[in-house]
Design a protein around this ligand. Structure first.
Ligand SMILES: Cc1cc2nc3c(=O)[nH]c(=O)nc-3n(C[C@H](O)[C@H](O)[C@H](O)COP(=O)(O)O)c2cc1C
Length: 153
């Protein structure tokens, strides 16, 4: 098991992503990981070196970030190099919209351009899916944890 801190960064307008983040954090803490959820993320207060970020964001408007993540994204754009950071992204979206999960894919692309290390592909969760978003995320978690332990060796 890796002993890096996990920071779950939430982008949520109506609470679904926040709920998914809280559920994941509960499982991770029970497994013995050090995990912190940032519901109002401020880049100045979130370490980005030698830690793992799990961004959990919905998409709103016409493919935009939720309001609570806008400031964080502006600051992230200004960052130079994040090559000490490992990350993954979970997107909550809805396939009935044109820009399906665009915010999640945009932050994934941005982190790649900053040289952050992608642990796994974006997990795209569709509100049209019959399963609950938190159930999909919790079912995915073991594969993510194995990917971390392989990547961080
Ligand atoms: C006004 C509005 C705009 C939305 N726009 C998009 C969109 O462009 N792309 C997408 O994939 N989902 C879109 N969605 C769906 C939400 O991302 C989805 O319902 C998500 O589960 C909401 O999560 P949240 O409660 O954490 O904000 C939109 C939802 C609303 C209400």
């Amino acid at each position: 098991m890796i002993n890096k801190e996990i920071h779950i960064i939430v982008g949520s307008q109506m609470g679904s992503s926040e709920y998914v983040a809280d559920q994941l954090s509960e499982v991770l803490v029970n497994k013995g990981y050090t995990c912190q959820v940032h519901e109002q993320p401020n880049l100045e207060h979130i370490p980005s070196s030698n830690v793992i970020w799990l961004l959990c964001t919905s998409t709103h408007g016409a493919g935009e970030f939720p309001d609570n993540l806008q400031e964080f994204m502006n600051s992230l754009n200004e960052k130079n190099n994040l090559d000490d950071l490992s990350y993954s992204v979970i997107g909550l979206g809805d396939t009935s919209y044109d820009n399906y999960n665009k915010a999640a894919n945009d932050v994934d692309s941005l982190l790649k351009t900053k040289n952050a290390k992608q642990i796994s592909q974006v997990l795209e969760i569709d509100a049209m899916d019959e399963n609950l978003p938190e159930d999909i995320a919790i079912a995915w978690l073991p594969s993510w944890l194995s990917a971390i332990s392989i990547n961080e060796q």
